[in-house]
Design a protein around this ligand. Structure first.
Ligand code: SAM
Length: 473
């Protein structure tokens, strides 16, 4: 039985409700009255229910699809401006006891190189990331209670935050590790993590169990209820996602929004971010073995619909996607992207070559350097942002959500983006990027409407040029 407030996975992600939603969407996919009513609601930027959004996903009327894309672009501008926040993943360990059939870390894969970073190796990886200009990381690890216990993860977080190298510092560590206990989430909170990210992979229970045949991840309820435990443990920024390609995308899309609705109904705060990974080639993994892959057109439509359904939730696109695809979906509502990512363990210090036995999780499509990504973003009219202030200034969870819902975030995020971009330009940028960025900052400063905010931002930017770096962005 469907119950958005239930704490039981099978009740808040009810299979019956998803099936009824898909039937309702099919029945109304050409119903202009219903579609226009939903679009009118979406225009108010109050978000859509999973049923409403599913109707738009099923709709194939070209003019309505154009409207969806235009609306997503508008909401993205209204809520996020032209900022794009940058981050990089840091793979700590690929030891894993699970049997996930789409992931090369699966326990039975004997030809992947198993690696786990020591604290000394982490220092080197983080320095390499800082030397590129990164300020925000997402740490990644396989699930292995012996090799990667929570104590190891906590030690790594502590090490990462403690490294001050030249002007560099990692100011926000997001964490993508397997579902765990309330007690462990509390420890992660105490370690001052940013967002706790856990992809559902698929909301379809039967498929989930087949795709995760062995190991602790096999337990659908334990995995699906993880975000409730994380919130109980005090983590108020959580990141959702499904791995598109495993199941039918319309089912996943409805499940994803139901999960967001559940978090909001129970904890008063929806997901901080939604990621939209698509399955990629990897060692021992052939993506064509999964027959639910989605085209770039559907992918773009999903991104646009996430933006209009949950306007206050950030959207993340990783380097799994090519430059071309990223360019297409950026205006549709993406707020964060990774840059210069390495998905191998230790890959920032020692990039793997063709001859190496790989330790990587998946092939990276966008292989450009961070400087190239920053340059590209600016040429497209975006402000690359290295800001991490929200979490450090206590603007998380429901406080962040209410700021975002009231569009106030533009007053904080916009100047912070300019200031952190300035830091990047001073400390790490190539000549062309630096020139481009300086011009952009001048222009954008002029456009800040609030005179007080403008004055403070200009003063900080001046201080950065003079070498000052200890701001709390
Ligand atoms: N072990 C943790 C867990 O179980 O959630 C950490 C996750 S893993 C390091 C990060 C994510 O990569 C997974 O949740 C999965 O969605 C994604 N992933 C795994 N195999 C992939 C593949 N072949 N292509 C693209 N993404 C993949």
């Amino acid at each position: 039985m469907y119950n958005v407030k239930s704490l039981k996975a099978e009740e808040f992600i009810s299979d019956e409700e998803i099936r009824e939603t898909l039937a309702y969407a099919d029945a109304n996919r050409e119903n202009l009255e219903v579609i226009d009513r939903i679009l009118a609601k979406a225009k108010e930027a109050k978000g859509l229910t999973h049923r409403e959004a599913s109707v738009l996903l099923a709709c194939e009327i070209p003019e309505k699809i154009d409207e969806i894309f235009a609306l997503a672009e508008q909401l993205k501008k209204d809520y996020y401006g032209n900022r794009i926040v940058l981050f990089a993943p840091l793979y700590l360990s690929n030891y894993c006891v699970n049997g996930c059939v789409y992931c090369p870390y699966h326990a039975k894969n004997k030809h992947i190189a198993r690696k786990k970073l020591t604290q000394e190796e982490i220092v080197k990886e983080v320095m390499a990331l800082q030397d590129m200009g990164h300020k925000r990381l997402a740490i990644e690890a396989g699930e292995d209670p012996v090799n990667n216990p929570i104590e190891y993860i906590l030690e790594c977080i502590h090490t990462i935050y403690s490294i001050k190298h030249k002007n560099g510092a990692i100011r926000r560590v997001n964490v993508n590790i397997a579902a765990t206990t309330v007690e462990n989430y509390r420890k992660l909170k105490e370690a001052e993590i940013g967002t706790y990210i856990l992809f559902q992979e698929t909301y379809h229970k039967e498929s989930y169990e087949k795709l995760h045949p062995t190991g602790p991840k096999h337990d659908y309820a334990y995995h699906t209820e993880a975000m409730d435990r994380a919130m109980e443990g005090g983590i108020d920024d959580v990141g959702l996602g499904v791995l598109f390609g495993l199941e039918l995308y319309r089912y996943e899309f409805a499940g994803l929004l139901m999960h967001a609705e559940h978090l909001e109904a129970v904890h008063g705060v929806g997901p901080h971010t939604i990621s939209v990974p698509r399955i990629k080639h990897a060692d021992d993994i052939d993506p064509s073995a999964f027959d639910n892959s989605i085209s770039d057109d559907i992918f773009a439509k999903i991104c646009a619909l996430i933006r209009i359904s949950v306007p206050y939730t950030g959207m993340i696109i990783s380097t799994r996607e090519s430059q071309e695809v990223r360019e297409r979906v950026l205006p549709l509502g993406v707020s964060q992207i990774s840059g210069a990512s390495r998905t191998s363990v230790g890959g920032y210090v020692e990039p793997e070559t063709e001859e190496d036995v790989t330790s990587a999780q998946f092939d990276v499509s966008d292989q450009r350097s961070l400087d190239e990504v920053v340059n590209w973003l600016m040429r497209l009219g975006y402000i690359p942002s290295f800001c991490t202030a929200c979490y450090r200034e206590g603007r998380t969870g429901d406080r962040f959500m209410s700021l975002c819902k009231n569009m106030q975030i533009l007053n904080c995020c916009h100047p912070n983006a300019l200031m952190t971009l300035k830091e990047y330009l001073e400390d790490y940028a190539g000549e062309d990027t630096r020139k481009l960025g300086m011009e952009l900052i001048e222009r954008e400063l002029e456009n800040i409407p609030n005179p007080k905010v403008k004055r403070i931002a200009a003063a900080h930017i001046h201080d950065i040029a003079e070498g000052k770096r200890d701001f709390r962005f």
